[in-house]
Design a binder for this molecule. Structure first.
Ligand code: 5MM
Length: 344
């Protein structure tokens, strides 16, 4: 492993004003997104949609540092025959790849999941590297359900162990691992319960990363923010989310980590931007804080595009706008008023 090179890629992924586009929806998830806009999910429609984003020159060159791809996408070519990975590289961004293979029920822990995909991962990583991937992503999913006493320590432990196994294999393959332990915001818990669970998850994850000799300088952390559950009666303010998230991360994430790129987790587009902005306004942090959003970057362009070739420009404009808003937020320079200004 060449740690200096891994660190260089990791720092480029969180370069000032830039963040990562999570376009790694699996077949089932992209179908759900397309169903919502009345588009049939086919190999071609998925390609057309993603090609539209990757050809958004403004967004890709100025605000997007890297793109997380799904296995199908990394092998796909644009309509003119150019590999989609080349489009990303030509725009100056870094191609990445989701390498987990989804979740399975965790035996002995009703209602809990473990992320799978370690089998033959070393071989798959070698092929992805050859194709151009320089970073990867693995997402662990931790639910909070107060009535069922979820999450269990077992779920936290096995998921952290798998994340660390994955990260070690990535570094060995000269690929930067994005380590994504996601605590879901689906429940009725308040923000303090989210902080409590996320703290346990992050502490366990870093413990496993150390045990498995993962070099922290050669990875990126992709966490959830400290946030109220969607069904909670009390919704924390933007200032509270920012303050509690920063405090939690400072307590759990070593300064050696080159950067933190948040998931959006089902927040509205503008909430995800406002929260990131408020955190960056606090300042004085040991790592850059940026975005690695899926839904909060793509909901608007998906709607604007709606599967019609005549809407490609509108889709690109919507994507560029969200990417620019989040770029501003990653520098603590976003204001709500900018939401209504045209993309520069
Ligand atoms: C883009 O969605 C990713 C893939 O999800 P599935 O494997 O469930 O299809 C997802 O991992 C995503 O990268 C992260 O959750 C961040 O996306 P959000 O929408 O939470 O910002």
């Amino acid at each position: 492993m060449n740690l200096a090179d891994l660190n260089k890629i990791a720092r480029a992924m969180v370069a000032p004003g830039k963040g990562v586009l999570a376009a790694d929806e699996s077949g089932g998830t992209i179908k759900k997104r397309f169903d919502a806009i009345g588009v049939e999910s086919t190999e071609d429609s998925r390609r057309d949609y993603r090609e539209m984003m990757f050809r958004s020159q403004q967004a890709m060159s100025n605000y997007i540092s890297g793109v997380i791809l799904y296995d199908e996408t990394i092998w796909q070519n644009a309509a003119d025959g150019t590999p989609l990975v080349r489009l990303i590289e030509q725009a100056g961004a870094i191609p990445g790849i989701k390498v987990d293979e989804g979740t399975q029920a965790l035996p002995g822990c009703p209602g809990e999941l473990v992320t799978v995909g370690l089998d033959k991962l070393a071989e798959r990583l070698a092929k992805y590297y050859e194709r151009g991937a320089r970073f990867a992503k693995w997402r662990a999913v931790i639910d909070i359900n107060q009535a069922s006493h979820i999450p269990s320590m077992t779920a936290i432990h096995v998921n952290a162990h798998a994340l660390a196994r994955y990260a070690a294999l990535c570094q060995q393959a000269q690929i930067v691992p994005i380590v994504e332990p996601e605590v879901l915001m689906d429940g009725d818990h308040d923000i303090d319960r989210c902080v409590e669970v996320t703290t346990r998850v992050l502490n366990k994850t870093f413990q496993e990363l150390r045990i498995q000799r993962v070099e922290l300088e050669g990875m990126i952390l992709k966490p959830n923010m400290a946030i109220s559950g969607k069904k909670s009666k009390t919704q924390a303010s933007v200032a509270e989310v920012a303050e509690k998230t920063v405090r939690m991360l400072k307590a759990c994430v070593p300064a050696a980590v080159p950067g933190i790129a948040f998931l959006s987790g089902g927040q509205s587009d503008e909430d995800a931007t406002a929260h990131l902005d408020a955190m960056n306004r606090i300042g004085g942090l040991p790592w850059p804080l940026t975005f690695s959003y899926g839904r909060a970057l793509q909901a608007a362009p998906q709607k604007a595009w709606s599967g019609r070739s005549e809407n490609v420009a509108a889709g690109q404009q919507a994507f560029t706008h969200r990417a620019r808003m989040n770029s501003l937020a990653s520098k603590g320079e976003w204001t709500a008023a900018q939401e209504t200004q045209k993309a520069a």
